[in-house]
Design a protein around this ligand. Structure first.
Ligand code: ADP
Ligand code: MG
Ligand code: MG
Ligand code: MG
Length: 418
């Protein structure tokens, strides 16, 4: 079978395809003709079907040869399904229980069958509704600390690390989407840009004229392009996380590649910051969501603090990679110096997290892909107020990054703007 055998599986084809896979028919149960198949994809790129039989269900994701959000005029390689599968496999080893189980992958059809997450919902929807997820910070920090640490030079040999980079280097079309849509287009005139007009018109113009911002975002872009530190998820927003009251599952790693760790951590923090600023637009009575908003800010703090603690602990106990050779840090003096260096490393990473979080925020307000946190605020003026607050903080985080020394500086600034 070659690439030529790819076809988009509509419901009937999908039913036939799955019916030919014994492991899946056993899991689903009942007559394939009676399986319930529904397309549920709400993402920007792919088709996702939920298939249910008499004894169980599965989720089926198929890549399209183009961007679903835009259409056939914007082609996108099917190989992203391969990279998603590869990343999901790696994440399942490194962060067991935090990603859906993989059940089947068909390279030619660019199709992956995985565990049906039920009754999980997309976290972003829960955040819009004002739901708190007390276990989230603990879970996402375990996911990020383990996937990032164990794919870095702190844990791997130089050879293993470079093999890892090579395995994902072909996913450059997905990287290019990030390079254009996050790091470039919001700062220039681009056909796909949109924002809450007319309220944010002036802010959109000021972004295009702001050379300090252009320098800052270009530095971040270069960091994204040229720093293969670890295997990133690459699209770790709250629409790529499914939750229940007590469980967290990370989905949709099709943007995976070796890049700067701060990009993933910054994505989580940016999306929580946007949930915080959007919250004001969702309240029906003043102060109604105060407890939720306090939880969001506390969670932002816990995401950084918990990530840093877990990452450092892994470095201390499993830092067997070729970077920082043990033989160079022998004795008590070496141990002390290495520990100080670890703190310096985390401070540098924090600075990058702050910058990437800012870039991830601005693109959701002026770029192509917006999010429901803001979009579901019906009144445009109310929405613009929330968005403008987020942009004000993001601009400061990007241009005056050094003034944010701790995560408390970020949440403190957010609280002031609310
Ligand atoms: P895209 O790459 O197009 O964004 P996603 O992988 O994010 O696709 O999936 C789109 C939607 O499909 C998700 O928002 C979620 O609602 C649903 N979905 C995806 N994977 C699963 C799963 N394993 N179980 C249940 N629902 C899922
Ligand atoms: Mg998605
Ligand atoms: Mg997406
Ligand atoms: Mg996706």
């Amino acid at each position: 079978q070659g690439q030529g055998d790819y076809r988009i599986l509509h419901e009937a084809d999908l039913r036939d395809h799955l019916a030919g896979l014994p492991d899946l028919t056993a899991r689903l149960g009942g007559d394939p003709a009676a399986w319930d198949i529904t397309e549920v994809g709400d993402g920007n790129l792919n088709l996702v079907f939920i298939v249910k039989g008499t004894s169980g269900g599965v989720a089926v994701k198929q890549a399209l040869p183009y961007v679903r959000l835009v259409g056939e005029s914007w082609p996108l390689p099917l190989s992203r399904a391969h990279y998603e599968y590869l990343a999901l496999s790696r994440q399942a080893e490194l962060a067991p229980g935090l990603v859906p189980a993989l059940l089947h992958h068909d390279e030619t059809l660019a199709l992956t069958v995985m565990e049906l997450l039920e009754p999980h919902i997309i976290m972003r929807k829960g955040l819009v509704a004002g739901t708190q997820y007390p276990g989230f910070a603990g879970d996402i920090t375990t996911f990020m600390a383990r996937t990032l640490f164990f794919t870095s030079d702190l844990a791997l040999s130089a050879a293993e690390k470079k093999e890892g980079i090579a395995a994902f280097a072909g996913n450059h079309a997905l990287c290019k989407i990030t390079e254009d849509l996050i790091f470039t287009d919001p700062y220039r005139i681009a056909e796909q840009n949109r924002w809450t007009a007319p309220y944010l018109d002036a802010l959109a113009v000021s972004l295009r004229d702001d050379m300090e911002l252009h320098v800052a975002v270009s530095r971040l872009k270069l960091k994204f392009m040229a720093s293969p530190e670890a295997l990133l998820h690459g699209d770790l927003h709250t629409g790529s996380i499914m939750v229940t009251a007590s469980q967290t599952r990370v989905i949709d790693p099709e943007f995976a590649f070796y890049g700067p760790m701060g990009f993933d951590v910054g994505a989580v923090i940016a999306n929580l910051l946007m949930a915080y600023f959007a919250s004001a637009g969702h309240e029906r009575a003043p102060g109604e969501r105060a407890a939720f908003e306090a939880w969001v800010l506390e969670t932002i703090e816990q995401v950084w603090i918990g990530f840093a603690r877990k990452f450092l602990e892994l470095w201390r106990t499993a830092g067997t990679g070729d970077a920082y050779p043990v033989s160079l840090f022998a004795g008590p003096q070496g141990a002390t110096r290495l520990e100080a260096e670890r703190q310096t490393y985390m401070q540098r990473l924090f600075t990058e997290v702050v910058g990437f979080a800012a870039a991830k925020t601005i693109r959701r307000i002026f770029g192509l892909a917006h999010n429901i946190d803001f979009e579901l605020i019906e009144d445009a003026k109310t929405r613009a107020i929330s968005e403008a607050r987020a942009v004000r903080l993001a601009r400061a985080m990007m241009v005056e990054t050094g003034t944010f020394r701790t995560i408390g500086d970020v949440t403190g600034a957010a609280r002031k703007l609310r």
